[in-house]
Design a protein around this ligand. Structure first.
Ligand SMILES: Cc1cc2nc3c(=O)[nH]c(=O)nc-3n(C[C@H](O)[C@H](O)[C@H](O)COP(=O)(O)OP(=O)(O)OC[C@H]3O[C@@H](n4cnc5c(N)ncnc54)[C@H](O)[C@@H]3O)c2cc1C
Length: 266
Protein backbone atom coordinates (compact mmCIF):
# COMPACT_ATOMS: atom_id res chain seq x y z
CA UNK A 1 0.00 0.00 0.00
CA UNK A 2 1.50 3.36 -0.98
CA UNK A 3 0.46 6.45 1.01
CA UNK A 4 0.87 10.12 0.08
CA UNK A 5 4.27 11.75 0.50
CA UNK A 6 5.40 12.83 3.96
CA UNK A 7 7.75 15.83 3.90
CA UNK A 8 10.73 16.60 6.11
CA UNK A 9 13.96 18.62 5.82
CA UNK A 10 16.53 15.89 6.36
CA UNK A 11 16.32 12.11 6.27
CA UNK A 12 19.05 10.01 7.83
CA UNK A 13 19.07 6.40 6.66
CA UNK A 14 20.39 4.05 9.33
CA UNK A 15 20.72 4.58 13.08
CA UNK A 16 24.46 3.96 13.48
CA UNK A 17 27.22 6.27 14.68
CA UNK A 18 27.42 8.10 11.33
CA UNK A 19 23.78 9.22 11.31
CA UNK A 20 23.96 9.91 15.06
CA UNK A 21 26.96 12.20 14.54
CA UNK A 22 25.58 14.04 11.52
CA UNK A 23 22.18 14.41 13.22
CA UNK A 24 23.84 15.89 16.31
CA UNK A 25 25.87 18.35 14.22
CA UNK A 26 22.77 19.41 12.30
CA UNK A 27 20.73 19.90 15.47
CA UNK A 28 23.41 22.27 16.76
CA UNK A 29 23.75 24.18 13.49
CA UNK A 30 20.13 24.22 12.28
CA UNK A 31 17.93 23.40 15.30
CA UNK A 32 14.73 24.20 13.38
CA UNK A 33 15.28 21.62 10.67
CA UNK A 34 13.03 18.60 10.87
CA UNK A 35 14.99 15.37 10.87
CA UNK A 36 13.64 11.85 10.37
CA UNK A 37 15.71 8.69 10.86
CA UNK A 38 14.78 5.39 9.20
CA UNK A 39 16.31 2.25 10.69
CA UNK A 40 15.48 -1.29 9.62
CA UNK A 41 16.41 -2.78 13.02
CA UNK A 42 14.31 -2.34 16.16
CA UNK A 43 16.74 0.03 17.93
CA UNK A 44 19.77 2.26 17.33
CA UNK A 45 23.36 1.06 17.05
CA UNK A 46 22.70 -2.62 16.45
CA UNK A 47 25.05 -3.21 13.52
CA UNK A 48 28.73 -2.15 12.96
CA UNK A 49 28.52 0.56 15.62
CA UNK A 50 27.44 -1.90 18.30
CA UNK A 51 30.10 -2.50 20.94
CA UNK A 52 30.09 -6.25 20.25
CA UNK A 53 30.66 -5.73 16.54
CA UNK A 54 33.76 -3.49 16.40
CA UNK A 55 37.10 -3.30 18.19
CA UNK A 56 36.45 0.09 19.79
CA UNK A 57 39.84 1.57 19.03
CA UNK A 58 39.74 5.34 18.60
CA UNK A 59 41.47 5.23 15.19
CA UNK A 60 44.17 7.89 15.23
CA UNK A 61 47.08 6.03 13.59
CA UNK A 62 48.79 5.58 16.96
CA UNK A 63 48.87 1.80 16.53
CA UNK A 64 47.38 1.07 13.10
CA UNK A 65 50.43 0.18 11.00
CA UNK A 66 48.55 0.41 7.70
CA UNK A 67 48.41 4.21 7.94
CA UNK A 68 52.17 4.51 7.35
CA UNK A 69 53.74 3.28 4.12
CA UNK A 70 57.38 2.70 3.34
CA UNK A 71 58.18 4.35 0.00
CA UNK A 72 60.45 2.72 -2.65
CA UNK A 73 63.29 5.08 -1.63
CA UNK A 74 63.10 3.69 1.92
CA UNK A 75 61.56 6.78 3.51
CA UNK A 76 58.34 6.57 5.55
CA UNK A 77 55.20 8.25 4.25
CA UNK A 78 53.23 9.44 7.30
CA UNK A 79 50.77 11.72 5.48
CA UNK A 80 47.80 9.34 5.95
CA UNK A 81 48.65 8.85 9.63
CA UNK A 82 48.64 12.62 10.14
CA UNK A 83 45.31 12.98 8.30
CA UNK A 84 43.64 10.21 10.33
CA UNK A 85 45.01 11.58 13.60
CA UNK A 86 43.86 15.13 12.77
CA UNK A 87 40.39 13.84 11.93
CA UNK A 88 40.24 12.01 15.24
CA UNK A 89 41.26 15.22 17.07
CA UNK A 90 38.24 16.88 15.44
CA UNK A 91 36.00 14.03 16.66
CA UNK A 92 37.34 14.49 20.18
CA UNK A 93 36.77 18.25 19.96
CA UNK A 94 33.17 17.63 18.92
CA UNK A 95 32.63 15.17 21.78
CA UNK A 96 34.21 17.70 24.19
CA UNK A 97 31.79 20.31 22.91
CA UNK A 98 28.86 17.93 23.53
CA UNK A 99 30.12 17.26 27.08
CA UNK A 100 30.68 20.96 27.80
CA UNK A 101 27.20 21.72 26.47
CA UNK A 102 25.79 18.99 28.79
CA UNK A 103 24.42 17.05 25.81
CA UNK A 104 26.58 14.16 27.01
CA UNK A 105 26.56 13.80 30.77
CA UNK A 106 29.55 11.59 31.45
CA UNK A 107 32.29 11.03 28.83
CA UNK A 108 33.28 7.83 30.66
CA UNK A 109 30.04 6.33 29.37
CA UNK A 110 31.70 6.02 25.95
CA UNK A 111 35.41 6.93 25.98
CA UNK A 112 38.35 5.75 28.09
CA UNK A 113 42.09 6.47 27.89
CA UNK A 114 44.09 3.38 26.96
CA UNK A 115 47.69 3.06 25.73
CA UNK A 116 47.92 2.05 22.07
CA UNK A 117 50.61 -0.45 21.21
CA UNK A 118 51.90 -2.11 18.05
CA UNK A 119 53.84 -5.36 18.34
CA UNK A 120 55.94 -6.87 15.54
CA UNK A 121 58.35 -9.76 15.11
CA UNK A 122 61.04 -10.58 12.57
CA UNK A 123 63.91 -8.37 11.40
CA UNK A 124 61.99 -6.80 8.50
CA UNK A 125 58.97 -5.76 10.57
CA UNK A 126 61.14 -4.57 13.46
CA UNK A 127 63.07 -2.33 11.02
CA UNK A 128 59.74 -1.03 9.66
CA UNK A 129 58.39 -0.28 13.14
CA UNK A 130 61.58 1.55 14.16
CA UNK A 131 61.51 3.68 11.01
CA UNK A 132 57.80 4.37 11.54
CA UNK A 133 58.49 5.39 15.14
CA UNK A 134 61.32 7.73 14.11
CA UNK A 135 59.14 9.38 11.47
CA UNK A 136 56.09 9.80 13.72
CA UNK A 137 57.61 10.68 17.08
CA UNK A 138 58.95 14.04 15.87
CA UNK A 139 55.39 15.10 14.98
CA UNK A 140 53.42 16.77 17.84
CA UNK A 141 50.38 14.55 17.13
CA UNK A 142 52.43 11.50 18.10
CA UNK A 143 54.32 13.09 20.99
CA UNK A 144 55.14 10.63 23.75
CA UNK A 145 55.38 7.57 21.51
CA UNK A 146 58.01 5.12 22.78
CA UNK A 147 59.81 2.31 20.97
CA UNK A 148 61.49 -0.73 22.46
CA UNK A 149 63.01 -3.96 21.20
CA UNK A 150 64.04 -5.01 24.71
CA UNK A 151 62.04 -8.11 25.80
CA UNK A 152 62.21 -6.95 29.45
CA UNK A 153 60.57 -3.63 28.51
CA UNK A 154 57.97 -5.41 26.42
CA UNK A 155 57.21 -7.68 29.39
CA UNK A 156 56.43 -4.49 31.34
CA UNK A 157 54.21 -3.09 28.56
CA UNK A 158 52.39 -6.26 27.45
CA UNK A 159 52.79 -8.91 30.16
CA UNK A 160 50.05 -11.21 28.87
CA UNK A 161 51.57 -11.35 25.40
CA UNK A 162 55.13 -11.79 26.67
CA UNK A 163 54.46 -14.32 29.41
CA UNK A 164 55.61 -17.82 28.34
CA UNK A 165 56.74 -16.47 24.93
CA UNK A 166 59.94 -17.97 23.55
CA UNK A 167 61.82 -15.09 21.97
CA UNK A 168 63.81 -16.62 19.13
CA UNK A 169 64.22 -13.56 16.87
CA UNK A 170 63.91 -9.80 16.89
CA UNK A 171 60.70 -8.37 18.38
CA UNK A 172 59.68 -4.79 19.05
CA UNK A 173 56.73 -2.62 20.03
CA UNK A 174 55.70 1.00 20.19
CA UNK A 175 53.58 2.43 22.95
CA UNK A 176 51.76 5.73 23.29
CA UNK A 177 49.60 6.65 26.27
CA UNK A 178 47.31 9.13 24.49
CA UNK A 179 45.22 6.37 22.86
CA UNK A 180 41.51 5.90 23.51
CA UNK A 181 38.98 3.11 23.68
CA UNK A 182 35.60 4.20 22.33
CA UNK A 183 32.27 2.47 22.91
CA UNK A 184 30.65 3.47 19.63
CA UNK A 185 27.45 1.59 20.54
CA UNK A 186 26.98 3.58 23.76
CA UNK A 187 27.84 6.83 21.97
CA UNK A 188 25.30 6.07 19.23
CA UNK A 189 22.56 5.47 21.79
CA UNK A 190 23.51 8.58 23.82
CA UNK A 191 23.41 10.79 20.73
CA UNK A 192 20.10 9.37 19.49
CA UNK A 193 18.54 9.75 22.97
CA UNK A 194 19.54 13.40 22.82
CA UNK A 195 18.20 13.77 19.26
CA UNK A 196 14.88 12.18 20.28
CA UNK A 197 14.59 14.71 23.11
CA UNK A 198 15.09 17.46 20.49
CA UNK A 199 12.18 16.17 18.40
CA UNK A 200 14.01 14.04 15.86
CA UNK A 201 11.58 11.44 14.54
CA UNK A 202 13.13 7.98 15.01
CA UNK A 203 11.41 5.34 12.90
CA UNK A 204 12.50 1.75 13.60
CA UNK A 205 11.68 -1.46 11.70
CA UNK A 206 11.62 0.64 8.55
CA UNK A 207 13.59 -0.56 5.54
CA UNK A 208 14.46 2.08 2.95
CA UNK A 209 14.05 0.36 -0.39
CA UNK A 210 14.62 3.14 -2.89
CA UNK A 211 15.76 6.74 -3.21
CA UNK A 212 15.10 8.90 -6.21
CA UNK A 213 15.26 12.56 -7.25
CA UNK A 214 11.94 14.38 -7.68
CA UNK A 215 11.14 16.99 -10.31
CA UNK A 216 11.18 19.73 -7.63
CA UNK A 217 14.76 18.86 -6.60
CA UNK A 218 13.93 16.90 -3.48
CA UNK A 219 14.68 13.27 -2.63
CA UNK A 220 11.91 10.71 -2.41
CA UNK A 221 12.31 7.56 -0.34
CA UNK A 222 10.27 4.40 -0.58
CA UNK A 223 10.14 2.87 2.89
CA UNK A 224 8.74 -0.51 3.89
CA UNK A 225 7.49 -1.18 7.40
CA UNK A 226 9.07 -4.52 8.26
CA UNK A 227 6.40 -5.40 10.84
CA UNK A 228 3.28 -4.94 8.73
CA UNK A 229 4.56 -4.65 5.15
CA UNK A 230 3.07 -1.22 4.47
CA UNK A 231 5.00 1.08 2.16
CA UNK A 232 5.22 4.83 2.66
CA UNK A 233 6.89 7.56 0.63
CA UNK A 234 8.83 10.38 2.24
CA UNK A 235 10.55 13.38 0.70
CA UNK A 236 13.35 15.53 2.04
CA UNK A 237 15.65 18.31 0.91
CA UNK A 238 18.67 16.32 2.08
CA UNK A 239 19.26 12.60 2.51
CA UNK A 240 22.23 11.01 4.26
CA UNK A 241 22.86 7.33 3.60
CA UNK A 242 24.37 6.14 6.85
CA UNK A 243 23.39 2.56 6.14
CA UNK A 244 26.73 1.49 4.70
CA UNK A 245 27.79 1.41 1.06
CA UNK A 246 25.71 -1.03 -0.97
CA UNK A 247 23.00 -1.07 1.72
CA UNK A 248 20.37 -0.95 -0.96
CA UNK A 249 20.12 -1.12 -4.68
CA UNK A 250 19.15 2.53 -5.19
CA UNK A 251 22.81 3.47 -4.66
CA UNK A 252 23.19 2.62 -8.36
CA UNK A 253 20.75 5.39 -9.24
CA UNK A 254 22.75 7.86 -11.46
CA UNK A 255 21.22 10.88 -9.67
CA UNK A 256 22.46 9.56 -6.35
CA UNK A 257 25.91 8.75 -7.70
CA UNK A 258 26.26 12.33 -8.96
CA UNK A 259 25.64 13.70 -5.47
CA UNK A 260 27.86 11.08 -3.85
CA UNK A 261 30.67 11.83 -6.31
CA UNK A 262 30.70 15.51 -5.43
CA UNK A 263 30.73 14.74 -1.71
CA UNK A 264 33.62 12.29 -2.14
CA UNK A 265 35.75 14.82 -3.97
CA UNK A 266 35.68 17.33 -1.11
C1 LIG B 1 34.94 -6.06 13.02
C2 LIG B 1 34.98 -4.54 12.99
C3 LIG B 1 35.89 -3.86 13.79
C4 LIG B 1 35.93 -2.46 13.77
N1 LIG B 1 36.80 -1.81 14.60
C5 LIG B 1 36.81 -0.47 14.64
C6 LIG B 1 37.64 0.22 15.53
O1 LIG B 1 38.36 -0.38 16.32
N2 LIG B 1 37.61 1.59 15.53
C7 LIG B 1 36.81 2.29 14.66
O2 LIG B 1 36.82 3.53 14.68
N3 LIG B 1 36.00 1.66 13.80
C8 LIG B 1 35.99 0.31 13.78
N4 LIG B 1 35.15 -0.34 12.91
C9 LIG B 1 34.38 0.45 11.98
C10 LIG B 1 33.16 1.08 12.65
O3 LIG B 1 32.50 0.13 13.47
C11 LIG B 1 32.22 1.56 11.54
O4 LIG B 1 32.95 2.40 10.67
C12 LIG B 1 31.04 2.33 12.07
O5 LIG B 1 30.38 1.66 13.12
C13 LIG B 1 30.08 2.56 10.91
O6 LIG B 1 28.99 3.27 11.40
P1 LIG B 1 27.73 3.45 10.46
O7 LIG B 1 26.78 4.33 11.18
O8 LIG B 1 28.19 3.84 9.09
O9 LIG B 1 27.19 1.96 10.26
P2 LIG B 1 26.27 1.03 11.21
O10 LIG B 1 26.56 1.18 12.64
O11 LIG B 1 26.35 -0.34 10.60
O12 LIG B 1 24.83 1.63 10.97
C14 LIG B 1 24.16 1.49 9.74
C15 LIG B 1 22.70 1.29 10.07
O13 LIG B 1 21.98 1.39 8.85
C16 LIG B 1 20.93 0.45 8.90
N5 LIG B 1 20.54 0.21 7.51
C17 LIG B 1 21.29 -0.29 6.51
N6 LIG B 1 20.59 -0.32 5.37
C18 LIG B 1 19.36 0.19 5.66
C19 LIG B 1 18.19 0.42 4.88
N7 LIG B 1 18.14 0.14 3.56
N8 LIG B 1 17.10 0.97 5.50
C20 LIG B 1 17.13 1.27 6.83
N9 LIG B 1 18.21 1.07 7.61
C21 LIG B 1 19.32 0.54 7.01
C22 LIG B 1 21.55 -0.76 9.59
O14 LIG B 1 20.56 -1.59 10.16
C23 LIG B 1 22.42 -0.09 10.64
O15 LIG B 1 21.77 0.06 11.90
C24 LIG B 1 35.07 -1.74 12.92
C25 LIG B 1 34.13 -2.42 12.13
C26 LIG B 1 34.07 -3.80 12.18
C27 LIG B 1 33.03 -4.52 11.34
Amino acid sequence: MANGQIKTDVILIGAGIMSATLGSLLKELAPDWEITVFERRSSAGEESSNEWNNAGTGHSALCELNYTVEKPDGSMDISKAIKVNEEYQVSKQFWSYLVNSKLIRNPRDFIMPVPHMSFVQGAKDVAFLKKRFEALSSNPLFQGMEYSDDPAKLMEWIPLMMKDRTVSGPIAATRIDSGTDVNFGALTRILFDHLKSKGVDMKFNQHVQDVKRTSDDRWELKVRNIENGTVTRHTAKFVFIGGGEGAFICCRNPAFLKVKGSADSQ
